[in-house]
Design a binder for this molecule. Structure first.
Ligand code: ZN
Length: 318
């Protein structure tokens, strides 16, 4: 997960030497490690080893990992061929993996195929419509974006709004994007403006509008970035806690790349000491340096430390 695939392989070798027999979970972790480290050949070897040497049946998650492995390394066509040759019917996680790779490598043609398959397979999942819409939006295919949103609306599906929350003074404070309902909203936006001024002046920060997946002007995109929910939580955290207190933020969706950057710079400028890693496998972001921000989701974990970040950016709507 943190780009230490070779270490994971070393650990696996040691496990075998001690007589430990690997199971599906072991191989899932190995495939995941290979995928996040670009170890395509090694990943293929482990998938073969699992089924042929250990007689373990591959789960849909193993196939999704294999697709991710190929897709991340820009072998999109091979990933598709792999899906076509799968001995089981590909599940939505498999198509999601291909779609994510298509988004990263801007393969719009294959992306459209993966999107179609995904929505056909699981037409009642609003998250998939959002994902597909985001993929089209990232390549500025606004007509397709509208079509997907329309289909979602026709089915009466509603997306959960992106939401961040922070505990301050034994009370939970939640924020949605561009939220102005908090009683301290005025102070929060003032703090956010101060943060932005320092970031721009001292770190040369400029908002990256490619993470705003809406067909609006550049100026409007910058405003939208500025009001992403985790930034409001961070600003409130800086106001509401004393210096040196770790700030922990939770989020129901994955953060966008620009908020990752924002968080890294804030942590550098507003020194906050003390941090603990998240002890569970949950989707999200753990960022630690002088300052702690944790953003989590349901199924995965992304781990950040200062300059290094790994994220799938599967859902960029902050
Ligand atoms: Zn964001």
């Amino acid at each position: 997960m943190h780009g230490r695939g070779t270490k994971a392989i070393d650990l696996f070798t040691k496990m075998k030497e001690t007589g430990c027999i690997p199971d599906q979970v072991t191989f899932l972790a190995l495939l995941y490690a290979c995928s996040h480290s670009g170890l395509v050949d090694e990943g293929k070897i482990f998938l073969d080893m699992m089924t042929n040497e250990y007689g373990l049946e591959a789960w849909p998650e193993h196939y999704a990992c294999a697709v991710d492995l190929l897709g991340r390394s820009n072998h999109i066509s091979k990933a598709y061929e792999f899906i076509e040759a799968m001995p089981i019917e590909p599940t939505s996680v498999v198509w999601c993996a291909l779609l994510g790779a298509c988004q990263v490598h801007s393969d719009t043609q294959m992306g459209a195929i993966a999107a179609h398959k995904l929505l056909k397979l699981d037409p009642e999942n609003p998250g998939h419509y959002v994902f597909v819409s985001n993929v089209f939006a990232s390549s500025r295919r606004w007509e397709e974006v509208e079509n997907v949103r329309l289909k979602m609306k026709e089915r009466g599906l509603v997306k959960n709004p992106a939401c961040s929350w922070i505990e301050v003074g034994n009370k939970l404070h939640s924020f949605v994007a561009r939220d102005r309902l908090h009683p301290n909203s005025k102070e929060i936006y003032m703090k956010l403006n101060q943060i932005m001024e320092r970031l721009e002046k001292e770190e040369g920060y400029v908002g990256d509008t490619k993470f705003v997946l809406h067909n609006v002007s550049e100026e409007e995109k910058l405003k939208m970035l500025h009001g992403h929910s985790e930034r409001l939580s961070i600003a409130f955290g800086l106001i509401g806690t004393s210096e040196g207190t770790p700030i922990r933020i939770t989020k129901n969706l994955q953060v966008c790349g620009d908020c990752h950057r924002f968080t890294q710079l804030v942590s550098k400028l507003f020194e906050r000491k003390g941090c603990q890693p998240v002890p569970s496998l949950q989707r999200g972001v753990l960022f630690m340096w002088w300052f702690l921000v944790i953003l989590h989701r349901q199924a995965n974990l992304n781990y950040f430390n200062d300059a290094l970040s790994q994220t799938t950016d599967k859902d960029l709507d902050c």
